[in-house]
Design a protein around this ligand. Structure first.
Ligand code: SAH
Length: 371
C-alpha cells in the first residue's frame, strides 16, 4: 500500500462524511465540498499549506512577482482616481502564502502618499496559511489585521483583491433528470465507496432561477451555482467607497457543465477519492458574480482574460525591466513566467483565468478595463 493510499484510508474527513451520510442521508455536493475544505480540525485548508512545488497547486502570484506588482500599480492608480484619500484599506480574500500582498505593498512604495495611506486586512480561515502570511509580511512595515469573514472587515474606503478565492467556495450542483432538475448529492455506494447521487425530489421552481441555455439543456446536464453571499457583500461595500479585483478560472457567461474537480500533487484526481486531502474547486461563473456585485449598486466591468489584462497593465515592460537586473538563467525564468501567465491557448492561464473589476459608480473605468 502506498503512503497516499494509507492516508486516504484513514482520512478523518472521510470518516466524518460517512458518519453524517449514515445519519442524515446523501449530502449536497456543496456540503461535501465545504466539509472537505473547511472542516475546522481536519479540512484541507485547516491543516496545510497546499501551494507551491511540494504542495498540490501553484497560483499566479507564486509563479512570478510580476503578477502582484502589476496589481499593486493597478491599485495605486485606482487610489488616485478615488481622489487620493489619506486612508485606504487593502483587503485580500484568501491570501494563500501572502505573496501577492507582499508584492502589492512593495510596488505601492512607488507612490509614497499611497504607501502611507495603506492599512491591510486579510480574510483567511486557515490557521496554517495565516502563519505563512504573517512570516511573509513580517517586514512589509504594515500592521496586518486578520478576519475569518469579509463581514467582519471594517467598512472603510477599501480596495479588495481575490485571486483563486471564489473557486474554493462550495458549489451546488443540479442534474437534469426526467425533465426536472435535482440536487446532485454524495452518497455511500457499493463497497462503502463515496459516489455521486441525485436527490429524489426535484428542486422547486429551479427552472425560473437559471439562465435560458440551462433550460434547454439535455437530460443528464449539470448546472452549478454558489451562494451569492460573498459577492453581494463585496458589491455592497464597493458600491459605497472602493473597488475590487477578482481573478479566477471560470466562464464569462453562465452555462451548464460539470467543473467540480480535485487536484492533488499538481494532478487532477477523483473529487470523491480523498476527502480533506485534495484541493477541491469549481469554475467561477463570472456572469453570476458580476450580476450579484452590480445588484448591490456597484459597477462591474466586463470581465477580461487574464492574458489581456496583464498585457494592458504592461507585463512585457515589467519583464524587460526585471531581466535587465538578472543573469541569463534568471532572464529565462522571467520569460517562462511571462509566457505561463499570459498564454492564450485553450489550456493557458492567460485564457482560462478571467479578471473582474468592480467599483463605486462614480469612479472612471478601472485601469486595464478602459481600452
Ligand atoms: N490567493 C492565493 C491563495 C489561493 S488558495 C494565491 O493566489 O496564491 C485559496 C485561499 O483561500 C487560501 O488562502 C484558503 O485558505 C482561503 N480560503 C478558502 N476558503 C475560504 C473561506 N471560506 N474564507 C476565507 N478564506 C478561505
Amino acid at each position: 500500500m502506498t503512503v497516499a493510499a494509507v492516508l486516504d484510508a484513514t482520512s478523518p474527513v472521510k470518516t466524518e462524511i460517512r458518519r453524517l451520510i449514515r445519519i442524515a442521508g446523501p449530502m449536497p455536493v456543496s456540503q461535501y465540498m465545504e466539509l472537505c475544505l473547511s472542516h475546522p480540525q481536519h479540512g484541507y485548508y485547516a491543516t496545510r499549506d497546499p501551494l507551491g512545488q511540494a504542495g498540490d497547486f501553484t497560483t499566479a502570484p507564486e509563479i512570478s512577482q510580476m503578477f502582484g506588482e502589476l496589481i499593486g500599480l493597478w491599485a495605486a492608480s485606482v487610489w488616485q482616481s478615488m481622489g487620493t484619500p489619506n486612508r485606504i484599506c487593502l483587503v485580500e480574500l484568501g491570501p494563500g502564502r501572502g505573496t501577492m500582498m507582499a508584492d502589492i505593498l512593495r510596488a505601492a512604495k512607488i507612490l509614497p502618499a499611497f504607501d502611507e495611506a495603506i492599512s491591510v486586512h486579510l480574510v483567511e480561515t486557515s490557521p496554517a496559511l495565516r502563519e505563512r502570511q504573517r512570516e511573509k509580511l513580517s517586514d512589509a512595515g504594515k500592521s496586518i489585521v486578520w478576519d475569518d469573514r469579509l463581514d467582519n472587515v471594517p467598512k472603510i474606503p477599501s480596495i479588495y483583491f481575490a485571486n483563486e478565492f471564489f473557486d474554493a467556495l462550495p458549489v451546488r450542483q443540479a442534474i437534469k433528470h426526467g425533465n426536472a432538475w435535482h440536487e446532485r448529492t454524495v452518497e455511500i455506494g457499493t463497497g462503502d465507496k463515496l459516489q455521486f447521487g441525485c436527490a429524489p425530489d426535484p428542486l422547486t421552481a429551479f427552472e425560473e432561477t437559471i439562465p435560458f441555455d440551462a433550460r434547454l439543456a439535455p437530460e443528464g446536464s449539470i448546472f452549478e451555482w454558489r451562494s451569492p453571499y460573498s459577492a453581494l457583500e463585496l458589491g455592497r461595500r464597493v458600491s459605497r467607497h472602493g473597488a475590487a479585483l477578482v481573478v479566477d478560472y471560470g466562464h464569462t457567461r453562465s452555462a451548464v457543465g460539470d467543473t467540480f474537480q480535485a487536484v492533488r500533487s499538481h494532478k487532477f484526481a477523483d473529487p470523491l477519492a480523498s476527502p480533506g486531502l485534495a484541493d477541491l474547486t469549481a469554475h467561477v461563473d463570472f456572469e453570476a458574480l458580476a450580476d450579484a456585485i452590480s445588484s448591490m449598486g456597484a459597477r462591474a466591468e466586463k470581465p477580461l482574460d487574464q492574458g489581456t489584462f496583464l498585457k494592458r497593465l504592461g507585463i512585457a515592460t515589467r519583464a524587460t525591466a526585471l531581466k535587465a537586473n538578472t543573469d541569463a538563467s534568471g532572464a529565462k525564468a522571467i520569460d517562462a513566467a511571462l509566457e505561463r501567465l499570459t498564454a492564450m491557448e485553450k489550456t493557458g492561464m492567460g485564457h482560462l483565468f478571467k479578471v473582474l473589476g468592480a467599483a463605486q459608480k462614480d469612479l472612471p473605468a478601472l485601469p486595464g478595463f478602459d481600452a
